[in-house]
Structures are given as structure tokens and as C-alpha cells.
Write a protein that binds this ligand. Structure first.
Ligand code: ZN
Length: 195
């Protein structure tokens, strides 16, 4: 997803903070719907493989140069793999914030407190939509370069960003989840959050 903001409210919580980007990623072109790669479930990745570690860096590099981007999945740079980057730092709707991180083979452990909210996507640049997501989320997955599964809890906007990116890993975009015909909107402000 994408998000502009000015006041970093970084509250680094273990175990997500164990991984930090090296900062040597390449910026990749972002794929737009209806590209087939966005509609196919991604393959699980080997988090310890060098290509996965490099892909993690590329996701972070591409997310960082994209205005308002709060998350980016591999399918969005044309790679059908279950890995994504998230960083909701500075977003006004963020509460819990793990800073920048990449998660491999992520799965939702529990999802509660469903509520509707607006979201956008780098791969659907002209539209936003109202999507029901869990406000409280427990997620499990693996950090790049590690074979140990971690589990952590989050809420609010970071929870929404994670659900949006896990959907990308399953071949779904937010338009597959909108709450009804009136729930799709033409993007007025390009800097609205997207992922
Ligand atoms: Zn997206």
C-alpha cells in the first residue's frame, strides 16, 4: 500500500525488528492491473535463499521511491512469490508500527474487530475502495535470511496494510474485496495511501 506523513512514530517491537534492510535494493517497475501476475497466488519462498534476500531489498527500495507507499508485494514487481514489504511509519491512522519490514510466507493467525476503511494500491493507481479489514491482527511469517517463523500482533493501519499485502500473495487486489458497487472511488489525491 502507499502513505504520506511527517511524524515518525516508530515503536520497534521484537521480533520484527530483528531484520533491517541492507539498503542495496534496486528500484523495479510496478506492475498494474489487470496483469496476470497480480491475479495468481504466489509461490512460497525460501527466506534464506540469496534471491529472496535480494528481492526483499528490491521491494524496500521500490516502496521507498514510491510516494505514499506503505506496502509492496512481489507480485507488484512481476514476481509470483509470497513476500512483501510494509512500512506505515508516519501514517496518521497507524497505531502499532513495526517500522520497515519484509515478511515471507506470511499467514494470518487471528483477525478480529472488522471495520471498513479506504485503501488504494500502486497497481491500481486511479481508484480507491472501501474494504472491510480486521483492526486487530496476529500474523506469522519468516524474516528474510531466517528460517525461524515469527509471530506478532498489530492493529489499525498496519493491520490493514498487512491484510492488503497478504491478499496480493493470494492473487487478490482490493477491488476483489470492496464492500459493494458504491465502494469504488476515483482517486482524487494521488498521495492517498496505497500498497
Ligand atoms: Zn496493493
Amino acid at each position: 500500500m502507499t502513505g504520506a506523513g511527517s511524524t515518525p512514530q516508530v515503536e520497534l517491537l521484537d521480533p520484527v525488528a530483528r531484520w533491517n534492510p541492507r539498503g542495496d535494493g534496486r528500484v523495479r517497475p510496478v506492475v498494474r492491473a489487470p496483469a496476470l501476475v497480480l491475479a495468481r497466488p504466489g509461490d512460497p519462498v525460501d527466506p534464506c535463499a540469496e534471491e529472496t534476500v535480494r528481492l526483499a531489498e528490491d521491494l524496500v527500495a521500490t516502496m521507498r521511491v514510491s510516494p505514499g507507499c506503505v506496502g509492496l508485494a512481489a507480485s507488484q514487481i512481476g514476481i509470483g512469490a509470497r513476500i512483501f514489504a510494509v512500512d506505515v511509519t508516519g501514517h496518521p491512522k497507524a497505531r502499532t508500527n513495526h517500522g520497515v519490514f519484509v515478511l515471507c510466507n506470511a499467514r494470518i493467525v487471528s483477525a478480529t474487530q472488522w471495520q471498513k476503511g479506504r485503501e488504494g494500491c500502486m497497481s491500481v493507481p486511479d481508484l480507491t475502495g472501501d474494504v472491510k479489514r480486521a483492526r486487530k491482527l496476529v500474523v506469522a511469517g519468516l524474516l528474510p535470511g531466517s528460517d525461524e517463523e515469527i509471530e506478532f500482533e498489530t492493529d489499525a493501519f498496519e493491520a490493514r496494510a498487512l491484510q492488503h499485502e497478504i491478499d496480493h500473495c493470494d492473487g487478490l487486489i482490493f477491488l476483489d474485496r470492496v464492500t459493494g458497487a458504491g465502494a469504488v472511488h476515483t482517486r482524487k489525491v494521488y498521495q492517498e495511501p496505497r500498497g
